[in-house]
Design a protein around this ligand. Structure first.
Ligand code: SAM
Length: 353
C-alpha cells in the first residue's frame, strides 16, 4: 500500500498492521501529509483549543534508579529538594489566577510523602479548588494507595509505561523494576476510575522500531485518556551519558500517528520536545498535540528537577511562562483556553460505531 493510502486508512480509523505502522514511522517523505491529517483529526474533535496543565514538580528525591533519569537515586550530584504542603498550595493559588484548571503533581518516588501526606495535600487542593482537576504523577503504588488518593480528590494519573517490551525495559531499568508491575498499575488506575495517561520516550537507548510498534499495541489495549511522549534526552550523571538524544522528526511523526490512532486522546507537546528544538512545542501542536504543561514550581527549585540536560523554562516565573506559551500557541493557529480540559470520550465512541 502506498504511504498516502496508509495515512488515509489510519485517518478512517482502520487499524494498521505492524508492517504498515513501520512504513509510516520510517518514511520521511510523507511527513507534511501525515501532520496535516493529524491536525485535521484533532480539529474535528478539539477544534483549535489547547489545554494547559500546571506542572508542580514537588520532589526530586527518588528511590528508583532508572538508567536514563537525572534524578535517579544514585546520582550523587543531584541537589535534592522537597516542597511543603503550603508551598504546593501556593503554586496552585498562583496557577489558578493565571487560568490553570488542572494541577499536575509530579515527583520522584519519594517515601517521605506517605499516603497520608499525599491524601492530605490532595484533599486540601480539592477543597480550595473544587473546579480543578488534580493529576498525580508519582510512580508505582499499590491499588489501595491509588484508591486512597482518588477518594481524597485526585482524578487523573500519569504513568508512562516507558517501553512495552520486557527485554527493552530490562535495558533501561535495574532488576528491581518490573514492566508487568507498571502495566498492572495502569490497569488498576483505570479500574479505580482515574483518567489515565501513559506514554514513552522516543529514541531511548536500544529502542527499535519494533519496540515502538509494541508501544502502540500496548496503548491500543490500555486505551488511555492521555498519551505523553517526548524525546529521550541525555544526562551526563547517568549510566547512559554516552547515548544520543531522541530525534525531533521521529517524535513528531509518532505524535501524528498517535493522534490518528487515538483521535480523542489528550496529547501534550512536551517540554522535552521544546528542549531539543527551539520551536519543538509549536511543531508538536501542528503534528496533532493539544496540551501544554507549563511549570508552576517555584523558580528556586526548577533547575533541580533535572531529568535531562538543558531543560527549558527553568528561569522564568510562572506568569512569564504562561505569557510566552500563549504567544507560541497563537503563532501556530491554536489558542490556550481556561478549561479543565477533560478528554472528549463521547466523540470517540461515536467514531467507533
Ligand atoms: N516518578 C514518576 C514516574 O515514574 O512516573 C514521575 C517522574 S518521572 C521522572 C517522569 C518521566 O520523565 C518519566 O516517565 C520518563 O519518561 C521521563 N524522563 C526521565 N528521564 C528522562 C530523560 N533523560 N529524557 C527524557 N525523558 C525522561
Amino acid at each position: 500500500m502506498k504511504i498516502f493510502e496508509l495515512i488515509e486508512k489510519l485517518a478512517a480509523r482502520r487499524n494498521l498492521s505492524d508492517d504498515e505502522f513501520k512504513t509510516l514511522l520510517t518514511n520521511d517523505e510523507s511527513d507534511e501529509a501525515l501532520f496535516e491529517a493529524a491536525d485535521k483529526k484533532r480539529r474535528e474533535i478539539y477544534g483549535d483549543e489547547v489545554y494547559i496543565r500546571g506542572l508542580i514538580e514537588f520532589t526530586n528525591y527518588c528511590r528508583n534508579n532508572c538508567y536514563y533519569c537525572g534524578i535517579r537515586r544514585d546520582n550523587k550530584n543531584a541537589e535534592r529538594y522537597r516542597l511543603t504542603k503550603e508551598e504546593i498550595l501556593a503554586c496552585c493559588e498562583e496557577g489558578y489566577c493565571l487560568g490553570f484548571r488542572t494541577y499536575v503533581l509530579q515527583g520522584g518516588e519519594d517515601p517521605y510523602y506517605t499516603d497520608e501526606l499525599i491524601c492530605d495535600i490532595v484533599s486540601e487542593i480539592r477543597r480550595r479548588f473544587p473546579d480543578c482537576a488534580i493529576t498525580l504523577s508519582i510512580g508505582e503504588k499499590s491499588k489501595e494507595s491509588y484508591k486512597a488518593y482518588f477518594d481524597a480528590g485526585a482524578n487523573r494519573f500519569l504513568l508512562r509505561h516507558e517501553t512495552a517490551c520486557d527485554a527493552h525495559y530490562r535495558m533501561l531499568h535495574p532488576e528491581s523494576m518490573i514492566l508487568q508491575n507498571r502495566k498492572q498499575c495502569l490497569y488498576d488506575l483505570k479500574d479505580i476510575g482515574y483518567q489515565v495517561g501513559s506514554g514513552f520516550m522516543v529514541g531511548s537507548p536500544y529502542q527499535t522500531i519494533d519496540n515502538l510498534i509494541a508501544d502502540i499495541r500496548f496503548l491500543q489495549d490500555l486505551q488511555p485518556d492521555m498519551i505523553g511522549i517526548g524525546p529521550y534526552i541525555n544526562h551526563a550523571d547517568t549510566p547512559f551519558s554516552n547515548f544520543e538524544n531522541g530525534s525531533l522528526a521521529l517524535t513528531l511523526r509518532l505524535i501524528s500517528v498517535l493522534r490518528l490512532t487515538f483521535p480523542y486522546a489528550l496529547i501534550p507537546s512536551t517540554t522535552a520536545l521544546g528542549t531539543i528544538h527551539p520551536q519543538g512545542r509549536e511543531l508538536g501542536l501542528k503534528a496533532g498535540a493539544n496540551v501544554v504543561m507549563p511549570n508552576l514550581s517555584p523558580v528556586s527549585v526548577r533547575k533541580l528537577y533535572a531529568l535531562y540536560e538543558n531543560k527549558i523554562c527553568t528561569g522564568e516565573e510562572a506568569a512569564q511562562c504562561r505569557g510566552c506559551l500563549e504567544r507560541r500557541v497563537r503563532s501556530v493557529g491554536y489558542r490556550i483556553v481556561t478549561s479543565i480540559g477533560n478528554v472528549i470520550k463521547e466523540k470517540n465512541d461515536a467514531d467507533l460505531s
